[in-house]
Design a protein around this ligand. Structure first.
Ligand SMILES: *Cc1c(COP(=O)(O)O)cnc(C)c1O
Length: 236
């Protein structure tokens, strides 16, 4: 990350490292926290909730991000336990999260997930849908839920030039969206300061294109082994 920031002429502190701890147990999170890591990402709601519970003694030193799909019937525990949701793709889910966010907690921080490469089976909003959904999310009560930016998972690809094209497209979409929200809402427009993009294999390209948060699992924890630590599947 430091090398990629230097190459891009960006301060190292302009990019947050999100440690993706899916499939790894609480002890792995504990050791990384002891080494100074604060933000952790989970893909599956049930697995994440179990880990948050098991590590309750470290709160509030830990920050928990949901980076996997969120169904509308699972919003309550997410609103009650997570700090961030990166995978919002429907205004209805955002409204439920805002309603269910306990007033005693800081507002839930959210990103809209964008299907930036347009793959037909991939999750996330089509780029053309982002503006309308963002406007609906941006007017929800700010003390419950705050729109922070965009997230994408481009198609895996070894070619850094192709990787950069997808990440650049997300950055341009964010810039356009920011302008559109300003035009519609004026000073009440949320500040879209977050571009959640880049993983172990492509974080250099993402940082070159303006990522403010990279989601890194394998490069921190090693290869995931689902056969040894089965993935707790979300039922229903
Ligand atoms: C698993 C996952 C990551 C981490 O991937 P690595 O290649 O292990 O770094 C990042 N983002 C999302 C959405 C993931 O599901």
């Amino acid at each position: 990350m430091a090398d990629a920031c230097a190459a891009a002429g960006r301060p190292v502190r302009s990019v947050t490292l999100l440690a993706v701890s899916k499939y790894f147990g609480p002890d792995a999170v504990r050791s990384l926290h002891a080494a100074g890591q604060r933000a952790f990402g989970e893909n599956y709601v049930q697995e994440g909730l179990a880990k948050i519970e098991a590590l309750a003694d470290l709160r509030p030193a830990l920050e928990w991000h949901l980076i996997g799909p969120l169904q509308s019937n699972k919003t309550r525990p997410v609103a009650e336990a997570f700090d961030w949701v990166h995978t919002l793709d429907r205004a209805k889910v955002a409204r439920r999260l805002a309603e269910q966010r306990p007033p005693a907690l800081a507002p839930l921080q959210v990103c809209l997930q964008v299907n930036i490469d347009g793959g037909p089976t991939k999750s996330g909003l089509a780029p053309a849908e982002v503006g309308a959904v963002a406007l609906e999310v941006a007017v929800l009560p700010r003390e419950r839920l705050v729109l922070r930016g965009l997230m994408a998972i481009p198609d895996p690809c070894d070619d850094p030039a192709v990787q950069r094209r997808s990440f650049a497209a997300l950055r341009v979409l964010r810039d356009d969206l920011q302008a559109r929200l300003h035009a519609a809402l004026g000073a009440a427009a949320p500040v879209l300061d977050t571009l959640s993009m880049g993983m172990s294999a492509d974080l250099e390209a993402a940082i070159a294109e303006g990522a403010t948060l990279v989601r890194v699992g394998t490069a921190l924890f090693g290869a995931r082994q689902p056969s040894v630590a089965p993935m707790p599947r979300d039922s229903g």
